[in-house]
Design a protein around this ligand. Structure first.
Ligand code: HEM
Length: 425
């Protein structure tokens, strides 16, 4: 199992500003559903739905994953992350770009501000990916782990590039098949970038945080090959005029392999931990699995627009966020602990991560996300429930944010208390 090099951990504020933005965007998703009502759940091509998709994929998942990556790369993957001073600007540009994207897109992509919003949104993840890649691709220890992270960052760059192309298509600047390109954009983002990073980072965090057996490096190698070949072959077949089924069948093996391994490892954990995280992970994986099975059934018979929405909600609105929120509830107290470790004079006993964010708080967040998941599924099936679901979603992420803030405040109180005691009278 890989070890953590805490001395290489960046100042906690660096990953924290990204991580703490994720639940705020969850609240924005709730407010959006509350304001837009069933207009946001009428069909995948409605611009209100596309906005909701990106509030989740970029706001909640994007911030959470880029934040985790800034912590994980130096500490667990032995990979230095350059860009020290510019990271806060990249965070500001990314989130400002998303705010503009959310405000402009429902009125059509023709607005003169849309290219600015898309570049503000697209540039930061590309800069972070390109800055990390050289160190990730060098020879040395943990080669497979770094290759896996490198693969997912390449998928992110491709996804952003296609996203920018889609904006130009919506502006009528180019005449290309928008639906096919949007599908390729969606699978490269969801499977290549998000699931790809979870596979790589999960190979370290599952044994570490969930007590599962160690994930052999060759598992990672096989998955990366399966995913890479599936994405490439599916894209070529589909864009060359083939049926959507070609893309679905090409990417399904990698998706189903992740879901099977993720569930199998977590259920068969050798050193079981009675904590909330394994339940976030299992329920998230099951929800993602249900979304994949609905998608796969689209090969046998055409999917109704409602079932496409239900699959989207199960995967993007419930499954992936639950797995990442579960991880964030481990990472944020760990960062608060590092802040205390560095802030307190040597010899001072500091509270552990489990004290800074107790399991009972994590179980509270789990229960509200479970309740929210059921309401969101209901709303995806019956859009008339959209406003109610929006309210529950807003509350759910407000509770998540409040628990994370409480953790940081506990650490802040402790630090101030200790420093006051050590101040020369
Ligand atoms: C700079 C970044 C991005 C931009 C500018 C962008 C832009 C777009 C646009 C314009 C569409 C909709 C096209 C249409 O109306 O059909 C779209 C669809 C989509 N995008 Fe992105 N995107 C970006 C990043 C991402 C990322 C990182 C992900 C996933 C991780 C993602 C996931 C999706 C999905 C799932 C759809 C399909 C939505 C639907 O069918 O309702 N996007 N994107």
């Amino acid at each position: 199992m890989s070890k953590l090099t805490l001395s290489l951990a960046p100042p906690p504020a660096r990953p924290l500003r990204w991580l703490m933005s994720a639940p705020l965007w969850g609240m924005v998703a709730g407010a959006w559903l509350l304001l837009q009502g069933d207009a946001a759940l009428l069909g995948r091509w409605s611009l209100q739905t596309v906005v909701l998709v990106h509030v989740f994929t970029l706001g909640v998942l994007g911030n959470a994953m880029l934040g985790s990556l800034l912590q994980f790369l130096p500490v667990a993957a032995d990979t230095a992350m350059p860009l020290d001073a510019s990271l806060p600007w990249l965070h500001a540009a990314f989130n400002l770009g998303l705010v503009l994207f959310v405000l402009i897109l429902p009125h059509g992509a023709g607005s003169p501000a849309m290219p600015i919003a898309s570049i503000l949104l697209g540039l930061p993840p590309v800069v972070i990916a390109l800055a990390a890649l050289p160190a990730l691709l060098r020879r040395g220890p943990q080669r497979m782990l770094r290759t896996g992270i490198g693969f997912s960052l390449c998928a992110l760059v491709v996804t952003v590039a296609i996203g920018l192309l889609l904006v130009f298509l919506l502006r009528g600047a180019l005449a290309l098949p928008l639906d096919r390109i949007a599908d390729v954009h969606a699978v490269s983002g969801l499977l290549g970038w998000i699931v790809g990073l979870m596979v790589a980072v999960g190979s370290v965090t599952l044994p570490m945080f969930q007590g599962t057996k160690t994930v052999p490096a060759y598992w990672l190698a096989v998955w990366i090959a399966l995913c890479g070949i599936g994405l490439a072959a599916g894209t070529v077949l589909y864009l060359a005029g083939g049926a959507q089924a070609a893309l679905i069948l090409a990417v399904s093996p990698a998706a189903l392999a992740f879901i099977t391994a993720s569930l199998w490892l977590s259920w068969r954990a050798t050193r079981r931990r009675d904590t909330a995280l394994p339940w976030f992970w299992r329920i998230g994986t099951l929800s993602l699995g249900a979304a994949c099975l609905i998608g796969l059934s689209g090969v046998a018979w055409p999917l109704s627009s409602q079932s496409v929405l239900v699959a989207g909600m199960l995967g993007i609105g419930i499954g992936l966020p639950m797995m990442l929120i579960g991880m964030m509830l481990e990472i944020v107290p760990f960062l608060a602990w590092i802040r205390l470790r560095r802030g307190c004079p040597r010899g001072i006993r500091i509270p552990g991560a489990g004290v800074l964010l107790p399991e009972c708080d994590k179980y509270l967040v789990l229960v509200v996300h479970l309740g929210c998941a059921m309401v969101l599924c209901g709303a995806a099936g019956w859009p008339a429930l959209a406003r109610g679901a929006g309210f529950v979603l807003l509350l759910t992420y407000a509770v998540t944010f409040a628990c994370l803030i409480a953790c940081l405040r506990r650490a802040g109180h402790f630090l101030r208390g200790r420093l006051a005691q050590h101040m020369p009278r």
